[in-house]
Structure formats: C-alpha cells, structure tokens
Design a binder for this molecule. Structure first.
Ligand code: GLA
Length: 394
C-alpha cells in the first residue's frame, strides 16, 4: 500500500500530544481521485470512470467521553470543538466538511457520541482532486468504525454526498465520494450514477502513466457556474418532458428525443444537453477501449471530452485549454483533458512512461512562457479507496 507515512506519523503524534495515548486510536487513509472520463455526467444520472489515487488525507480518530467532539486540521493549523448532539455550522470553512458528516449521520438515525479527530493530507486543495470528498468520506468511514455504526460503503458514500449537498451547500453528484470509498488498486471504477451499480476495469500498465498538470487557477466562478450547469440540464429535461417523453434525467434521453425538442429549448441548454449525451457515450466507448487494450482510442476519447467541455459545456478556462493544446506537440501523449468541475484545477494526461520526462519539461516550458510559471505536475497511481491503516486493512 502506497501511503505517505511521514504525514500519517505526524497525525498520530499530534493526536497523542493533544488527546493522550489512546489504545483505540483509529488511523484512516482517505484518498483523492482522478476521473478518466465522464465529466458532469454524475448529476445527470449518467456514467463516470474514476479511481482513487496515491494522494490522501490521513485521520487519527478515537471516541471521547460525553458528546463534545474536537477536530484539528494540521494543514490549516486550527482546531474546533462542537457538540456532536447538536452539530451547527462553524465559521471555519474546513470544519464544516467534518461537522456535516456528524449531522447527516445523526439525521439518518445514528447516535454519534463525542470523538477526537486530527487530520492532514497531501491532496492539493482546489485542484479538482476531491480533497473535500476525501475529508467527508474519510471521517464518515472513521466514525462508522470507531462508533460501530454498521453502515455499508455505498451508503457511506451517499451520506457523504448528502453532507456536501445540504450542509456545505455544494450540489455535487456522487462520483467523488463513491470513488473515494469504493475504488480498487490498479483499476478504474465504472459507475452508473443512477443505479449505483459498478464494475472494476483493470488498469495496470507499466508502460503508461497518468500525469496531472495543475493550472494553479481556481476561478471564483467554479461553484456558481456548477449550479448553473445543473439547472441548465434540468431545464433541458423539462423541455423534453413537455414534449411528451417520459424521462427523469438526461441519461434517459436519446439523441432523437433531444433533436425533436431543439427548437423548444434555449440554444445554450441544447448545447449542454448535447454534451451530456455525447459524454455518456464516450464513457461507454472508453470502457470498450480499456477492455480491448486500445489506449490510443481511449486517448482520443479524452481529447473529445475536453473539446466538449470547452465548446459545449463551457467549463474550461484559458489555462486548461493551453495545457491540453500544448500536448499536441509532445510525443508519447495519448490523451489529455480537464478534470473535475472545471474553471481551473488540473488536466489529466495519459502519457507513455518513457515520454513523461520530456512531457514535463515541454509543458513546464510552455506554461512558463505563456502564463509565467511552471505548473505543479504529479504522476499518480490508481489506489484502493478509504481504509484503516496499521496493517488492518479490510
Ligand atoms: C465535481 C463534483 C462531481 C462531478 C464533477 C464533474 O468534482 O464534485 O460530483 O460533478 O465535478 O464531473
């Protein structure tokens, strides 16, 4: 298991310093994720193809006496105390990702006693690698174990998403929390976001690497435009229903049904819907490519996904487009696309292992020349989802 033992050791040490040595300290590793393809499809009941990666948040958690809980973020250098029986919002934004979990567990009928928690991680924040889902799902997993709540992983993912939707206030889909809890080593997870059925597709290629290039940009548009996109998709579904088709989501809409209503919907809404239909088809295409070891076919689909996100869904930004366009001049790049919600964050690149060094040099040089800095670049490996540490994995 690839893990950052210096961070987890620090977390454990700080826990003991703050709360004393406790034989019940539970150590949990909760990873970030990439998404191979299937962007902005999860909240349209569609398909996604993510995997957890080798960057994670590390938790130390143990029960406390009474109902008061203490949470400490080593990365933010702050602590917060709250009553687990009355979880209310904090003015510390980082704390709300944790308090929200206590709230959803309580609302779901679980009795959440007091606990102490210390955490830190190496998932870059705001880069589209789902550090927030790692915090939410990681704590949900840890409390489930520590307080013996008996909740299954799929349900933990649903609860973590609910917390982000209702407590933190971001209307995200279920991809990030699901990938965090259900991923498997050296596999991607094909998830049907309507039924929550899933399939693992092996991806263990020593000759290929996933490289993330971080724009370093986090546009303030990200959250508001995310919700606008959701509403546009809902408007598309409403127009198609008005036309007589009995559909609940874009997932159920055929190209013919969409074309029949084209004149009855705003042209922007039409573009958004077209993108979602095409992206769902690309996920299925990507599955076939993976099963046939057709990695250049997979790469072509990644480029097509980026083009759709740029011109039809309109969630890219100049820095993301530059990073993707720059790959055209570099040998050994099979595919590249923006990843996550958009308006900044990372691109995901599928690169031949032998070409990675030159890839980094060339991308660094282009970005430096055009944007003025070399972007952080991370190679990542596909890892299992959240689990306890201390060699007690299950
Ligand atoms: C964010 C959300 C996900 C998903 C992606 C876009 O990461 O949290 O639910 O919608 O954006 O694919």
């Amino acid at each position: 298991m690839e893990q950052n033992s210096s961070i987890s050791n620090l977390v454990r040490k700080e826990f003991i310093r703050l709360h004393g040595a406790n034989e019940k300290i539970l150590m949990v590793r909760s990873p970030g994720r990439i998404n191979l393809i299937g962007e902005h499809t999860d909240y349209n009941d569609g398909f996604v193809l993510p995997s957890a990666i080798d960057r994670a948040v590390y938790f130390a958690v143990a029960p406390a006496a009474g109902s008061e809980s203490s949470i400490t973020s080593l990365d933010f250098g702050e602590s917060h105390r709250f009553d687990s029986r009355n979880p209310v919002k904090s003015d510390k934004p980082w704390a709300n990702y944790l308090i929200g979990i206590v709230e959803v567990l309580t609302k779901a009928g679980h009795r959440v006693n007091g606990f102490n928690c210390v955490y830190a991680g190496d998932i870059p924040i705001g880069s589209g690698l789902s550090s927030s889902a790692a915090v939410e799902a990681g704590l949900a997993f840890a409390l489930n174990k520590t307080l013996d709540l008996g909740i299954e992983r799929v349900e933990l993912a649903r609860l973590a998403q609910k917390s982000e939707n209702e407590f933190v206030g971001v209307r995200c889909g279920i991809m990030d929390q699901f990938a965090n809890l259900l991923s498997r080593q050296e596999s991607v997870l094909l998830l049907d976001c309507r039924s929550l059925e899933y399939e693992y597709i092996p991806f263990a290629r020593e000759d290929l690497r996933f490289v993330l290039c971080d724009t370093g940009v986090k546009h303030s548009l990200a959250a508001s435009e995310y919700n606008v996109r959701r509403s546009e998709c809902e408007a598309g579904v409403a127009a198609i229903r008005n036309h007589g088709a009995n559909v609940k989501s874009l997932r159920e809409v055929t190209r013919e049904e969409l074309e029949l209503c084209r004149d009855e919907m705003d042209s922007v809404v039409y573009k958004r819907c077209s993108y979602v239909l095409e992206e769902n088809a690309r996920v299925k295409g990507a599955r076939n490519c993976l099963l046939q070891d057709d990695y250049s076919g997979l790469g072509t689909l990644m480029y097509a996904s980026h083009e759709g996100l740029k011109s039809k869904y309109e969630v890219t930004c100049p820095e993301l487009d530059l990073l993707v366009d720059a790959t055209a001049q570099i040998d050994g790049v099979l595919g590249a696309r923006m990843m996550g919600g958009g308006f900044g964050g990372c691109t995901l690149n599928l690169v031949q292992t032998g070409a990675v060094k030159e890839f980094k040099r060339a991308i660094g040089e282009t970005y430096l020349r055009k944007i003025g800095r070399v972007p952080p670049m991370y190679e990542c490996r596909l890892m299992p989802g959240t689990n306890r540490m201390n060699n007690h994995e299950e």
